[in-house]
Design a protein around this ligand. Structure first.
Ligand code: HEM
Ligand SMILES: *[C@@H]1O[C@H](CO)[C@@H](O)[C@H](O)[C@H]1NC(C)=O
Ligand SMILES: *[C@@H]1O[C@H](CO)[C@@H](O)[C@H](O)[C@H]1NC(C)=O
Ligand SMILES: *[C@@H]1O[C@H](CO)[C@@H](O)[C@H](O)[C@H]1NC(C)=O
Ligand SMILES: *[C@@H]1O[C@H](CO)[C@@H](O)[C@H](O)[C@H]1NC(C)=O
Ligand SMILES: CC(=O)N[C@H]1CO[C@H](CO)[C@@H](O)[C@@H]1O
Length: 323
């Protein structure tokens, strides 16, 4: 009797521990229920990116924004309901694009395996496939996430790190999601692809501390260059984050950051910590860069943040709406 009781306690403890650590996810989760899901997602993502190559970056970013708010539960995909603005209505999400691409992939998957594959899993797979299509690394995506039923714009505002965060704030933000300093410097390498609106960094060019100054952490030639592209009030122009190779997933980002050309305060901040500084310099210069291997590992880790598994949540029929 006592033995059984102990056993039960240990079992329950392990079950809770596993859920919290995203261990409820596994490779090949849909092997029996939807064996072709990865092939379908891969094919549809390739179709989407070949028609619109600039969608790859926002689709990778979308997975990050999903995972940092309520865990990787597809909450970023939900539309607002009456009186309840969704995550996608919040300031950090203003520039996210590609929701209709996820909806499209989901509808193809639904045709093959109705009601089986979560939107959260589809997003995790699309982010991986989009990265690979830009010549980035491949990683195996543990699956079995369930979809949440809540999306709240205020939570997005509080959980997503803004571009003006310093290194202390960034580390705290990542730590609050169970990610360490290495994950921070590695995942920031995502900024090797894609573009940014001028408004995400223009205070660094024109009014850094409110006295019409520039950010001393930015290379002055780069400031001149960026000022030509971005007027102080520009909210529409897009700037390449890794100039010259923003369509290729490579180590180029680290070379930019090392040259004091990181676009955001959060990029420059990686030089302000001994550990992240060392990583930036190593990836910027080494031939046998470990970035791809590191990135794959940190993405799998990010993909496990506070996931819903088992009977939690639901499998949404349409990604923009709860069932
Ligand atoms: C470390 C903290 C981070 C901050 C402060 C940050 C901030 C930003 C900002 C402000 C933009 C530009 C938005 C715009 O103005 O259009 C951006 C773009 C982007 N971010 Fe991050 N980010 C961070 C981490 C990440 C992570 C972890 C990922 C992915 C795993 C990611 C992927 C991207 C991508 C791919 C883009 C380009 C999007 C596009 O081309 O539309 N970022 N980020
Ligand atoms: C859901 O939101 C997206 C993005 O804001 C929008 O494009 C789409 O039209 C909305 N869908 C519906 C059915 O309202
Ligand atoms: C959204 O989240 C905020 C912050 O946690 C909370 O104060 C607010 O009540 C939530 N809104 C809704 C509609 O649940
Ligand atoms: C980062 O910002 C916080 C809040 O503004 C501030 O208290 C802290 O001193 C800053 N840390 C660094 C290293 O700049
Ligand atoms: C710079 O910032 C300060 C403080 O926020 C503000 O009062 C001032 O108007 C700004 N100057 C310009 C040129 O935007
Ligand atoms: C894609 C999307 O829904 N963007 C929204 C982001 O938030 C602003 C409001 O802050 C909306 O106007 C955008 O439509």
């Amino acid at each position: 009797m006592a033995f059984t009781k102990h056993f039960l306690v240990i079992f329950v403890f392990l079950a809770i521990f596993n859920i919290c650590n995203g261990q409820g996810l596994k490779l090949g989760f849909y092997k029996k229920t939807c064996p072709s899901v990865e092939a379908i997602v891969q094919k549809e993502t390739a179709r989407i990116i070949s028609a619109a190559p600039t969608l790859a970056a926002p689709l990778l970013r979308m997975h990050f924004h999903d995972c940092f708010v309520r865990g990787c539960d597809g909450s970023v995909l939900l539309n607002a309901t009456n009186n309840n603005p969704a995550e996608k209505d919040s300031i950090p999400n203003q520039s996210i694009r590609g929701f209709e691409s996820i909806d499209r992939v989901k509808s193809v998957v639904e045709k093959q395996c109705p009601g089986v594959v979560s939107c959260a899993d589809i997003l995790a797979l699309v982010a991986r496939d989009a990265t690979l299509l830009l010549k980035g690394p491949f990683w195996k995506v543990p699956l079995g996430r369930r979809d949440g039923r809540v999306s709240n714009s205020t939570e997005a505002l509080f959980n997503l790190p803004p571009p003006f965060f310093n290194i202390t704030q960034l580390k705290a933000s990542f730590a609050s999601k169970g990610l360490n300093t290495k994950d921070l410097v590695v995942l920031s390498g995502s900024h090797t692809i894609g573009t940014s609106h001028c408004s995400s960094f223009s205070s660094r060019l024109y009014n850094f501390t409110g006295v019409g100054d520039t950010d001393p952490a930015l290379d002055s030639n780069y400031v001149t260059n960026l000022r030509r592209k971005c007027s102080p009030t520009d909210t529409t122009t897009l700037v390449e984050m890794d100039p010259g190779s923003f369509k290729t997933f490579d180590e180029g980002y680290y070379a930019q950051v090392a040259k004091r050309r990181g676009l955001f305060t959060s990029d420059s901040a990686l030089l302000a910590d001994r550990k992240t500084n060392a990583y930036v310099r190593l990836q910027a210069t080494s031939k046998g860069s470990t970035f791809f291997k590191d990135f794959a590992k940190s993405m799998v880790k990010m993909g496990k943040i506070d996931v819903l598994t088992g009977n939690q949540g639901e499998i949404r029929r349409t990604c923009a709406f709860v069932n």
